[in-house]
Unconditional design. Sequence first.
Length: 375
Amino acid sequence: MKKLTLLGDITPEQFLRDYWHKKPLLIRQAIPGFKPLLPFDKLAELATKDYVESRLVTKTTEGSWDMQHGPLKELPARKQREWTMLVQGVNLQDDNADALLRQFRFLPDARRDDLMVSFATDGGGVGPHFDSYDVFLLQAEGQRRWKISAQKDLTLIEGLPLKILKKFKATEEFVLEPGDMLYLPPHYAHDGEAIGDCQTYSIGFRSPSYQELGEAFLQFMADSIDLPGRYADPELEPTSKPAEIPKAMLGKLADELNKVSFTEDDFAIFLGEYLSEPKHNVFFQPLEKPLTAGKFQQSAEKNGVSLSRKTQMLYRGKNVFINGESFAMNKADKATLETLANTRGLNGATVAGASEDVLEALFAWYTDGWLELNK
Ligand code: SIN
Ligand code: CO
């Protein structure tokens, strides 16, 4: 694979082999000349919306931390020191932010989470902590001093509204300038302090816990298991202990319930629906005045279509997943739908060669706001 400037002078293969999930990597000028994609006012406006997750972190007079969850109707004065505003999911709100996140597509979409933007005034930060996810910290404005530590002791201070390490002993320290980027593997202790006004973009990756996945999988299976028949006991005998569950009943039912089994396909469909499901605060706006199917087709065949930035489209084998829904592709449509998922769009010629089924799906996704016509 070719080198990405994003990773400095190493290839994605080298990055994944030597750093991903293993050790930190500082990349000076990962994006030379990088500037904030949104002005401060736009960011602050996003933080006022109830469909955007935001937090305000301030330092208390005793030197501890305080946190307020958004929507943030008011912010401290810009000239006040030591506060941080964190805005999650900025990629869902802005095309340039979405394009930045998609520069990391040498990693699978199934692992990608979101772009969080933080704005901090001098001395601001969220304190020494660790994250459970891989993260790329891209400096967007001003400077931030990152102290990081390979320490194993990840005990947190109890009773605080945010995760702060009890003991933090930095083993390395760097000052990041705009365009510099620091990759940190999960559970790597870090503490970033703003030097003057500072914006940091966090490109985060998700890795669901097994417990969370297991619970969701069993819920999913509850809707899809098929166990015909009903318990029967024609051989029942009189009992002198009516309150006791009969041993034979337990055995017979255990045998029946043990027939529940999971196929590779069950796991794939569950995982695809789960990973493509929009987050709880993501809503699609169905079009108020969509074109007719015929007009849509005409335009799509001319200019092509693109997935909207909120759409998550994945596939595995014959199954395609889009925004939490799944369906099986037939062989003829597989190449077209895989291209749509991998390149997040189709050109006009490909749409013109698409089957009726694909056209119907594209039209439905267009009216739901999942996909847009190219201009
Ligand atoms: C920040 O940008 O202030 C915090 C990001 C992080 O430490 O994960
Ligand atoms: Co962090």
